[in-house]
Ligand binder design. Structure first.
Ligand SMILES: [Zn+2]
Length: 298
């Protein structure tokens, strides 16, 4: 699944001017949902944005935001989001991609939705696999104050140590669960959750409200540096990476030696997903059992 760094680097690619292969400044000529589940909102009609220019592509959590302000100047609410701007909010979920669509085939492979622009270019939302969960919300007004973005926590790349401590203390859950849940902090998925816990030398099953100040500080540092590393890797590519290409220390490396200590990386099934960790670095040598109620999950 694309996480904050992958989405951020992709937003930067798409934000280049049209003359440089990007989409900034392109005028919308049409939007077409290709699957029944593509469009998540009933109003406004996507066609309300036709004729408007795509003035800004941004990111919030793992979502991409394509903003089309009205042609005439409206009142600015201070956040740079005019009240009557229309924003397409896109979530890629597990296997989604938002890509330039040169062919514009009538039935594009894995196609979910398509934006066309009056210069003949197009953007296609695709989703590999059968989940069909990727989608588009069309929002008028400030998108940050409306679903699906209004309940997101602070973005993981900008959260301060103090804000992180408050978010951790407000919930009594497992650290790995907290990192992946988008309400405490936003933008982290399975891979970064594994990598951040490893770099912070914390058990993925540590209780969030029992972490010491020193542990929270380590977690904050690991969060910032893991995101920075992933972003730097991703910015070196001309398209969004596949999961298997992304460099990591523990994620999907079960049985391989830990890059820090040489111990074998272990995996444990938890709530239907795999958590990867190094016992020596993270759990005091304890190998965790495949059971969510296990007394070893500490
Ligand atoms: Zn290790």
């Amino acid at each position: 699944m694309p996480e904050l760094p992958e989405v951020q680097a992709h937003v930067e690619r798409l934000s280049r001017p049209v003359s440089d292969g990007g989409f900034a400044g392109a005028t919308l000529s049409g939007f077409r949902p290709i699957t029944f589940t593509a469009l998540k909102t009933a109003t406004p009609a996507p066609s309300d944005a036709v004729g408007r220019r795509l003035d800004r592509i941004t990111r919030r959590g793992k979502f991409l935001l394509l903003r089309f302000p009205p042609l005439t100047d409206g009142a600015d609410d201070g956040d740079g989001h005019r009240d009557d701007a229309i924003t397409f909010v896109v979530h890629l979920m597990q296997g989604g991609r938002l890509v330039p669509d040169d062919k514009q085939a009538a039935k594009p492979r894995n196609g979910i939705a398509r934006w066309t622009f009056d210069d003949g270019t197009a953007l296609l939302l695709t989703e590999a696999g059968n989940e069909r969960k990727a989608g588009v919300w069309v929002i008028v007004g400030d998108p940050l104050r409306q679903p699906p973005l209004d309940e997101l926590g602070i973005d993981a790349d900008v959260v301060t140590g103090e804000q992180l401590a408050i978010a951790l203390g407000a919930t009594g859950t497992r650290l790995h669960t907290f990192l992946r849940d988008q309400h405490g902090i936003a933008g982290i998925g399975r891979m970064l959750a594994n990598e951040v816990c490893h770099r912070a030398k914390l058990s993925p099953f540590a209780s969030t409200n029992k972490l010491s100040a020193e542990q929270v500080e380590r977690l904050h540092g690991a969060l910032r540096s893991c995101i920075a590393d992933a972003l730097s890797f991703e910015r070196g590519l001309d398209r969004m990476s596949k999961s298997a290409e992304r460099p990591g220390s523990v994620h999907h490396r079960k049985g391989q030696p830990c890059s820090v200590c040489g111990d074998a990386v272990r995996a444990v099934e938890y709530n239907a997903y795999e958590v990867d960790y190094c016992p020596t670095c993270q759990t005091g040598g304890k190998v965790l059992a495949d059971n969510t109620t296990s007394k070893f999950l500490k």
